[in-house]
Design a protein around this ligand. Sequence first.
Ligand SMILES: [Zn+2]
Length: 156
Amino acid sequence: MTLATSLHSKYGSPILTSLPSGWCVPDWRWVAKNTNFVPLPSDWNDGNPDGDHILIHLDASVSLFAILEVIEQSPTRYPVNQIYGLSMRHKMLDPSRSLSAHSYGFAIDINWDTNPVGQRGDIPDWIVAAFEVHDWVWGGRWSVPDPMHFEYRGDT
Ligand SMILES: [Zn+2]
């Protein structure tokens, strides 16, 4: 069972319809029932499309809050200039593929300018470890690396 299939059977569909572009029309009722605001440190807001918070699934939000605290308070600085979570779309914006984990609020992307798909990127090992200890997986370990991407698996 893929992650999207498992999330769909547990939480239902987060979208009303798929568009030919690969983006989807959100079901805002689903969003209101299933997601949570995670506030961001004030110096992270610059490149975040949603401003001073991100939206994430309720069941992933507690662990994400803890991880962001670790990143913010680490003496080893890693500036997070770009971050987002919930985003209603198919994988690789291909409508024939399943919904991205972002559509369920089970994934975040950080610093996409310096962590493009297919490269190693610049995410430090201590940040990967902070996610993995909370049952998030890192896209940087995949056969086609997606180093900007982390997704929560603690609930599936
Ligand atoms: Zn992603």
